[in-house]
Design a protein around this ligand. Sequence first.
Ligand SMILES: Cc1cc2nc3c(=O)[nH]c(=O)nc-3n(C[C@H](O)[C@H](O)[C@H](O)COP(=O)(O)OP(=O)(O)OC[C@H]3O[C@@H](n4cnc5c(N)ncnc54)[C@H](O)[C@@H]3O)c2cc1C
Length: 319
Amino acid sequence: MAVLVFSESDNGKYKKSSFEAISYGRDLADQLSTTCIAVSIGNKGEENLGQYGAHKEINVQGDVYQDFNPNTYAKTLSELSSNNDGQIIVLSQTYTGKSIAPILAIKQDAALVTGIIGMVNTSDGFKVKTTVFSNKAVAHVQVNQANKILSIIPNSYQVNIYESKSEIISHNINVSKKDLNTKILKTEKETGKIPLTEAELVISAGRGLKAAENWNLVEDLSEALGAATACSKPVSDMEWRPHSEHVGQTGITIKPNLYIAAGISGAIQHLAGVSSSKVICVINTDPEAPFFKAADYGIVGDAFDILPRLTKRIREIKG
Ligand SMILES: Cc1cc2nc3c(=O)[nH]c(=O)nc-3n(C[C@H](O)[C@H](O)[C@H](O)COP(=O)(O)OP(=O)(O)OC[C@H]3O[C@@H](n4cnc5c(N)ncnc54)[C@H](O)[C@@H]3O)c2cc1C
């Protein structure tokens, strides 16, 4: 039996969430006295995944992987898992991971556990901790099926560093264009921005900012700090900001080291996506705003006054 880890990359670089998933896979493999195999599909990242715990890395190439398609990726991972006795497959719960995992579970007749936030306990069966009800509760799940797909919340597991390097094996899989049931006609990538899911620092704002044209206050602070920008749902619904910035229950889940929220009330649906941030700083004119209960630091004040002052001070400190 081996632990397979899907390793996602973008533009020749592995995502940080992949390193977390590999470290998770390796710690689990060590517990089970087995091997951790990292799998990359299509163009792989430049880093050697042995540094993060993979005993070996399999890279699968082919024209069919030019654009991401969950069916071809799931089929590839499923075949590799069968060929390598990979009863356990670990993925990060990114957009890509989320779209592959259910298809893979069906193909492998596997138990799928999503929202994982802790290492598996194998002392008495196979038990794992997950978040449920929009991060309001934790469930302890016992997995009884032999084949298991484990989907880990990004930023919930540490990245381990090893001295070793892993062997990279190229592999061909019998996946053809016939396996593509959809065709991507065009992709438009955002450029020059820090991806929200990867960001260590995030500056976010809500309806308290009053209008789209006031977002320069958020952008100035994010530029000064080297942070990504985010927003509440109504803000993206009103098209003040793109939907890719919407965080919360129906948006992206993030876990940065610092989350600064200006003019956001702190509704539970918003908190569901940000409450795991290491440090939360809230700026709100209303001292009774619910967000203050979840905050490590609270500033009762006007975002139109506080944000420019913060930006100015940070620029002064950074010289
Ligand atoms: C099924 C469902 C799913 C949802 N999913 C999400 C989700 O994923 N993400 C999400 O964000 N919401 C989500 N919502 C909406 C959520 O319930 C709230 O309505 C929303 O988060 C409120 O956004 P807001 O805080 O920007 O706006 P408001 O609730 O209007 O709050 C604005 C805040 O700004 C403060 N303020 C006003 N002026 C200033 C100023 N000058 N300076 C500083 N502070 C000021 C006010 O005191 C207030 O607290 C969902 C709702 C439902 C029903």
